[in-house]
Design a protein around this ligand. Structure first.
Ligand code: ZN
Length: 171
């Protein structure tokens, strides 16, 4: 992490954050794994950083080492509120997952889980798509959740969870 470069772009970074809710939402680009991506073009190089890692670094005024994870208390990969982030090591994370496996409960319900996009299931969606899904669902002669899901590349249970505000509550 090029921390001096990041610090010089601190204003640009926060200009891409919606701080109106409890979770501060990254409104810039979204990486394929569901995390916010902060792309920087510098001296002909392109750097891409995870937005929540940048947020943690800026809030604590020091870079996050590559081998340390930045985890979400709020289970929202796009949240960059430093108060919702905590540091963990990969071994913490696997111990955490083993414990969750034993408990038989979903990881997402656990407040301390490290959200990882590929298991989050909503990685492909943007805030705008979530709003569109809710608009479609609210119409009187709407399509089935399955049909709606097909349009957005997600399955019907995710459509239902979005519609019932089990997920993306802040949108
Ligand atoms: Zn949050």
């Amino acid at each position: 992490m090029n921390f001096d470069l990041i610090k010089s772009l601190e204003k640009v970074f926060w200009s891409k954050v919606d701080k109106t809710g409890d979770c501060w939402l990254w409104v810039g680009g979204v990486l394929s794994d569901g995390y916010g991506g902060f792309g920087i073009q510098y001296h002909k190089h392109h750097y891409s950083y995870r937005a929540h890692r940048i947020s943690h670094s800026l809030a604590h005024n020091r870079p996050v080492p590559d081998n340390i994870l930045v985890c979400h208390k709020c289970d929202n990969p796009l949240c960059v509120n430093p108060n919702h982030l905590f540091l963990g090591t990969p071994s913490d994370n696997s111990a955490d997952m083993i414990e969750k496996g034993r408990s038989g409960k979903g990881r997402k319900k656990r407040p301390s889980s490290c959200v990882r996009g590929e298991s989050h299931g909503l990685a492909k969606l943007t805030t705008i798509e979530v709003q569109k899904i809710r608009t479609i669902v609210s119409q009187p002669n709407r399509q089935s959740y399955e049909q709606i899901g097909q349009q957005f590349g997600i399955n019907q249970s995710h459509v239902r969870r979005i519609a019932e505000r089990e997920v993306w509550k802040h949108v």
